[in-house]
Structures are given as structure tokens and as C-alpha cells.
Design a protein around this ligand. Structure first.
Ligand SMILES: CC(C)(COP(=O)(O)OP(=O)(O)OC[C@H]1O[C@@H](n2cnc3c(N)ncnc32)[C@H](O)[C@@H]1OP(=O)(O)O)[C@@H](O)C(=O)NCCC(=O)NCCS
Length: 319
């Protein structure tokens, strides 16, 4: 098997592989937009396992700055890991992941991360490659029953206002203020919302500004799904109780809210206290690997701010 880069393989086969294995429409147009707008993308985009002219596997590679307990550090990351179902369990993904790590080390990187679900076989692939579960990506549901302990008017001071493209600078300013002093994924570049929209990862219909007394105090990424509203990301200014805003989301969408962004135990506990009785760690996991030595889970958690409760991670940081 040869290992090639995106520009060396047939984009139509890449699209087919992504549709088959991930349900992800990674076509040439999407790659072109990502190259222009996704600052984290590796110049070679992804690595491909090719045999007999057939594209059998893919590992996408990113690089980004993570604010660690010891200061800002460049991390590598894996995304869109996929093997063609006909070629499963032949070591293709393992070989591609290894090559991705080799390239990261060559760039002087010391850490790599990815997000996945502990319910996927891929979780075993990553454990074998030396990743550990760094943080649970928690989930919390506030429904009519789950929320009965919260005062009915809690969060009543917040309203959701549909966001629009012209507000990108405002959203960026809110993002920066909301992540100030925290650790983890706090270094998004200006224009990240437009970039995510251009790459098809977000739609403006899902973007809402959070107002208090007509003043913007945060933003939320909310999609209306069947029977519930799903909050992929919520950023609010320091001092504002995130849970109050989630209750405002529940009121605005008139139904159960599934919040996917809790990444520290403190946050899950706060959600439970506020009546999100269904708060749970969920299957989502942020995995990390030390590229230089075997990964020490405690060290990784301390580095990312999981232990100190300062880790910040949003739906738009997922790989
Ligand atoms: C996850 C995936 C990429 C693995 O690809 P692959 O080329 O078959 O994986 P490999 O043969 O390199 O397997 C390496 C290790 O991963 C684990 N693994 C892979 N497939 C597995 C399976 N079906 N069951 C259990 N463990 C599995 C094993 O530890 C394996 O090592 P082993 O064969 O020595 O036991 C592939 O199953 C896939 O495309 N799944 C659908 C897409 C997906 O979920 N991608 C990940 C998104 S985060």
C-alpha cells in the first residue's frame, strides 16, 4: 500500500470513501473551501492509503494552538479517519495514523488530539495508537420533566436573536471575551464562523446571539432537530450562568434541549443542580496523545485544564 496526499489521489474516490464510511460529503469543492478558510488544515489536507489504484483509507491532519497549563502549544490533530468497508481490519488506518504522527513529530509537535465516540470501533484504534481519553464531552438534557426543580422564570432575562453574517466581528469579540483566562481550545482565528459556514459545518440559521436587556452577552449554536433543540456550542461572557441561558434556549425552542458541550465535571454538576437531571458524560471523548513518550492520562488532563476545570471546548472544535 502506498501512502499519498490529497493532491495525488482521485477526488471522486475520496468523496466515495467519505460517503461510505463517514456519511461525509468531502468533495473537491469542499476541500477547496477548507484550504482557503480552515486555518488548521495541513497543507496536504489528508493522507490516503492506496492499493492497485484504489483509495482505501484516509486520515485527515490538522494543526492548531491549544492553551495548556504551561502556555500556548501547537497540537496536531486527526480528523475524518476512514477505511473502505471492503478493506477493513487490514491495518490501513493504523498505518495512516502512524504516518500522520511521524509528520507531526517532524514539525516539532509534542501532542496530538482528536474527538470521537467511545462507542465506535475507532476508539480502539486510537487507544492502540497511544491516545488516552483526556476529557469526556458531556451531554445534558433539559426537558419538561427534567427541569421541574428549576424556578419557572429562571433565565427569563435572556433572549435569543437570530445571528447574521454582518455580525461576525461581534461574535468573534464575544468569543474572545468568553474564553479569556481559560485553557484548551481558545485560539480560534477571526472569521471562524464564516469559515465553518463556508465549509458546510454550520449554517447561519443555527447561530443565535444571546441578549440580556438588548445587550449581546454571548452566542449559541442551536439546531432544531426532531423533538428537541440541540445546542452544539454556547459561549457567554464571564459571570453569566451558562445554565440560565440554556433554560432560555429551552423556552425559545419550546421543547427539550440537548446540550453537548459540557467538558468539565463542574459544569455537569452545575447543570444537574439546575434541573438537567439527565446530565451524563456521554459517549463523546476528547483523546490526546503524547507524540514523544507514552501518554500519561493525568499529565494530559492537567495540561488541558480538565483537572482545574478550566478546559474550554466547543462543538466547532470537534475533529
Ligand atoms: C475506524 C476505522 C477507520 C478503522 O479502520 P481499519 O483500517 O479497519 O483499522 P485497522 O485495521 O488499522 O485497525 C487498527 C486497530 O483498530 C482497532 N479496530 C479496528 N477495527 C476494529 C473493529 N471492527 N473491531 C474492533 N477493533 C477494531 C483494533 O485495535 C485494530 O487493531 P488489531 O486489528 O490489531 O486488533 C474503520 O472501521 C472505519 O472507517 N469506520 C467507520 C468510520 C469511523 O468511524 N471513523 C472514525 C471516526 S472518529
Amino acid at each position: 500500500m502506498e501512502i499519498l496526499e490529497y493532491d495525488q489521489v482521485d477526488p471522486k474516490q475520496v468523496l466515495a470513501l467519505n460517503l461510505f464510511s463517514l456519511g461525509y460529503a468531502l468533495d473537491a469543492a469542499r476541500v477547496a473551501v477548507m484550504r482557503e478558510r480552515e486555518a488548521r488544515l495541513a497543507p496536504f489536507v489528508a493522507l490516503y492509503g492506496v492499493h492497485g489504484g484504489k483509495v482505501l483509507g484516509q486520515v485527515g491532519v490538522l494543526e492548531t494552538t491549544v492553551e495548556t497549563a504551561s502556555g500556548p502549544e501547537r497540537f496536531g490533530a486527526l480528523w475524518a479517519v476512514a477505511t473502505h468497508p471492503d478493506a477493513a481490519r487490514q491495518g490501513i488506518a493504523e498505518a495512516l495514523v502512524e504516518e500522520a504522527h511521524r509528520r507531526m513529530r517532524k514539525r516539532g509537535l509534542r501532542w496530538s488530539f482528536l474527538t470521537t465516540s467511545r462507542s465506535l470501533v475507532a476508539h480502539g484504534l486510537y487507544l492502540k495508537a497511544g491516545y488516552v481519553d483526556g476529557a469526556d464531552l458531556g451531554q445534558a438534557v433539559a426537558g419538561d420533566v427534567a427541569n421541574e426543580e428549576s424556578p419557572a422564570d429562571r433565565g427569563g432575562e435572556y433572549t435569543l436573536v437570530p445571528g447574521e453574517e454582518a455580525q461576525e466581528p461581534l461574535i468573534y469579540a464575544l468569543y474572545q471575551r468568553s474564553v479569556s483566562g481559560r485553557l484548551g481550545f481558545i485560539h480560534r482565528p477571526p472569521g471562524f464562523v464564516q469559515g465553518a459556514v463556508a465549509a458546510g459545518d454550520l449554517s447561519w440559521d443555527e447561530l443565535f446571539l444571546v441578549h440580556r436587556d438588548s445587550e449581546p452577552v454571548g452566542y449559541a449554536v442551536v439546531s432544531r432537530r426532531r423533538g428537541h433543540a440541540c445546542v452544539r456550542e454556547l459561549r457567554v461572557l464571564p459571570g453569566i450562568e451558562r445554565v440560565d441561558v440554556l433554560l432560555a434556549v429551552r423556552r425559545a425552542f419550546q421543547g427539550p434541549v440537548l446540550y453537548q458541550g459540557a467538558c468539565t465535571q463542574d459544569e455537569l454538576d452545575g447543570l444537574r443542580r439546575a434541573g438537567f437531571r439527565q446530565a451524563a458524560a456521554g459517549w463523546g471523548t476528547l483523546m490526546v496523545k503524547n507524540l514523544a513518550a507514552s501518554t500519561d492520562r493525568r499529565e494530559a488532563k492537567a495540561l488541558l485544564g480538565v483537572s482545574s476545570g478550566l478546559l474550554t471546548f466547543g462543538g466547532l472544535d470537534a475533529t
